[in-house]
Design a binder for this molecule. Sequence first.
Ligand code: XMP
Length: 515
Amino acid sequence: MTEKSMTEKIVVLDFGGQYNQLIARRVRDGGVYAEIYPYSKPRETWLDGSVKGVILTGGPNSVYLPGAPGADVDLFSLGVPVLGICYGMQLLAYRAGGTVEHADVSEYGHTVLHARGGALFAGVSPRTVVFMNHTDRVTALPEDFSIDASTDNCPIAAYSCPSRGLYGVQFHPEVRHSVEGGRVLHNFVYGVCGCQGGYRADDLIDRMIERVRSQVGEGTVVAGLSGGVDSSVACVLASRALKKEQLTCVFVDHGLLRKDEAAQVMRTYRENLGLNIVHVDASEKFLAALRGVTEPEQKRKIIGELFVRTFEEEAAKTGADFLLQGTIYPDKIESGMGGSATIKSHHNVGGLPKESRFSGRIVEPLDALFKDEVRAVGLALGIPRPMVMRQPFPGPGLAVRVMGEITREKLAVLRDCDAIYLEELERAGLAGDIWQSFAVLTGARTVGVMGDGRTYGNCVALRAVTTEDAMTVEAAEIPYPVLKKIASRIIAEVQDVNRVVYDITSKPPGTIEWE
Ligand code: XMP
């Protein structure tokens, strides 16, 4: 770790917005280490000489309602500059004596901002596009505060009070749609807080290794290894942190993997990573537990619980007391941690049972990172590039790609469609540009005509997305001739499928997976 990155950091206090970890992430990308904590974490646990500034995030609440988050947190004697974003901006102004009110018109999406001045806007165009997402707004500023920017519907869209080190922006500088948002954050971190920079992604490795060691001590660990990027990086990191006999990696085949995947994963791991791996075929158990289940959240909960029970059985054999998982930040935020809304219970977060052998002893070294940061760490750890660049695959596997009840027959149909799809994307040279591509068995049956007869078969959807971090995505623009070829092959080669559609939904409003 470099000297400078150890002596300076920015702390992000989380008030429950969907994009909060992006703030920490943008600061890290800009060369300064940043960590995110719940707003209620006592300051004695994090405020030390290395903290150069604090950022308060957005969140879904109203500062003037009883019980508003942060109403009793002392924000004015931290001794370092504070930047409030959205809810954080309203909270700072309100607590300093300003007024915050419900606006008649919500602002959502791309909005033109008129920047007037102030340290945050140095080098920012006077007219710039930002991403807004709010209903409340600051309507009167406390004494000594000045207005630094406005929009048509929000006269106080940014403020500052340099004498007290307080700054606020109503828009979201962390979201890429805010065209000069990176500059605003840079101005805060370097211009206002005086950071020096010099931090790099692989500096994280030492911190994470240290964290695993201090959490596990002399204990022993079973690690869930799925073959995906996150769990591979978590396992390799743990193998650097712990003695060989402290760590057993468990690969659970839940019967919901893609075509030939289990064999491929085991081969790759044994050949490349030198980890101590146990292969458990639990497919009977998972498929039996999922029989008759159609509701997506219920599927996720059943799978999350069964994973842990399977790890418990393996742990009982080795006497392990900790479970290591490759959970990353978006898994947590979408599962509703930290006050944000539950979008879906990722199997390794919201799907976990309340009571288990591992209660209070779950090790998640990657839980502050986004996928591309995990990939950078993986490469820095020396994991082969093809493994690090693999497409993400959800823990619940094909269970969330077969709509409705899961049966072996449906899984077989889906596997064949999926394999053709991926093979053709690879052949067309498109696979590298796509974040995730997969087929979905939609559950709809449709009428068709083949030869001279009527068919009544499955409708399969194809999904492919591009994104930077899976928080917001666009449907990939696959050339029509490629789509046409894939559709013809699927209908010709996979029995019982007579229709193929392409999903063009972005996220939001859709999610990547269908369930
Ligand atoms: P969504 O569908 O929420 O997916 O837009 C975002 C990313 O997360 C993956 N995903 C999961 N990964 N356990 C995981 O490990 C899960 O339960 C889970 N659900 C979704 C999804 O494939 C995408 O990359």
